[in-house]
Design a protein around this ligand. Structure first.
Ligand SMILES: NC(=O)c1ccc[n+]([C@@H]2O[C@H](COP(=O)([O-])OP(=O)(O)OC[C@H]3O[C@@H](n4cnc5c(N)ncnc54)[C@H](OP(=O)(O)O)[C@@H]3O)[C@@H](O)[C@H]2O)c1
Length: 250
């Protein structure tokens, strides 16, 4: 039996591309995000194109009800792959955002992946293993606001879970992309123009490299050589340089 994959944030960007590449590999899918119409359109497109079963599960991962609804589906025994991908950034600085906006963001970026990983680990260990892919960011390697702090949690959690459960057939991989062409920056009303073309990656490549690393059991996946170098500076470079970059963040 081919494993079913649950993908959060599957209506656009990296999540939509994860859904497409997993369908191409023959996996049945459960797609989740808030926009039901977009989910249904994506499900119809992928099932027609790849002949796999695609179910939709509309849910807002900022809410406990939304997260529990997805956790209940993740805990089913057919699920062998979980992609914790849903996420967004906040446009304003920490002290300008409301506390609710920050907490909602933390729920989507951290609490939801924690809860869904918990559901996945328990059922995947019972079925002899599985793959958890947590979409983090290279931003998780430098201190740049609460977004980076949340992604640092995702990286640290994935590294630990991968070490802890590998012997039992379960891998956890933090996918750490740099800038990717998706709806992310438009949604947070960010001006993309200061960032040169070489800094941008396509979702197709990021997901292809992420899946290859996840299926190889790696704990961290950093797509492209250029971002491997930048991430290495962020992780191991002179802290004065890292601080200068960080100072320009929110
Ligand atoms: N693009 C980049 O440069 C970049 C770089 C590094 C990391 N990332 C990370 O990549 C992941 C995917 O982002 P993307 O770039 O593909 O952005 P995107 O195109 O804006 O997609 C974000 C997805 O998350 C869903 N989502 C947002 N808020 C949600 C909520 N409250 N509940 C449930 N689903 C929600 C959206 O669907 P609905 O609106 O329908 O809910 C959408 O499907 C995020 O975790 C992001 O932090 C992105």
């Amino acid at each position: 039996m081919t494993d079913t994959a649950v993908v959060t944030g599957a209506t656009s960007g990296l999540g939509a591309e994860f859904a497409r590449q997993l369908a191409e590999r023959g996996h049945n899918l459960v797609l989740t995000a808030r926009d039901q119409e977009r989910l249904e359109a994506k499900a119809a497109e992928l099932s027609a194109r790849y002949g796999v079963k695609v179910a939709v599960l509309p849910a807002d991962l900022a809410t406990p009800e939304g997260v529990e609804a997805v956790a209940a589906r993740v805990a089913q025994p057919d699920v062998g792959i979980l992609v914790n991908n849903a996420g967004y950034g906040l446009k304003d600085d920490f002290h300008i955002n409301t506390a609710k906006a920050e907490l909602d963001n933390l729920n989507v970026l951290v609490s939801a992946p924690l809860r869904l990983s918990h559901a996945a680990v328990n059922s995947m260990l019972a079925r002899g293993g599985g793959r958890i892919i947590n979409v983090a960011s290279v931003a998780g390697f430098v201190p740049r606001g609460t977004y980076s702090a949340a992604k640092a949690w995702v990286i640290s959690f994935s590294r630990w879970a991968n070490l802890h459960y590998a012997a039992r057939g379960l891998s956890a991989t933090a996918l750490c992309p740099g800038f990717v062409h998706t709806e992310f920056h438009e949604r947070m009303q960010m001006d993309k123009s200061p960032f040169p073309g070489w800094m941008w990656l396509d979702a197709e490549r990021v997901v292809r490299e992420g899946l290859a690393d996840a299926f190889a059991g790696k704990s961290i996946s950093i797509p492209s050589k250029r971002y491997k170098i930048l991430a290495s500076i962020g992780r191991r470079g002179p802290q004065a340089l890292v601080a200068r970059v960080a100072a320009r963040g929110r």
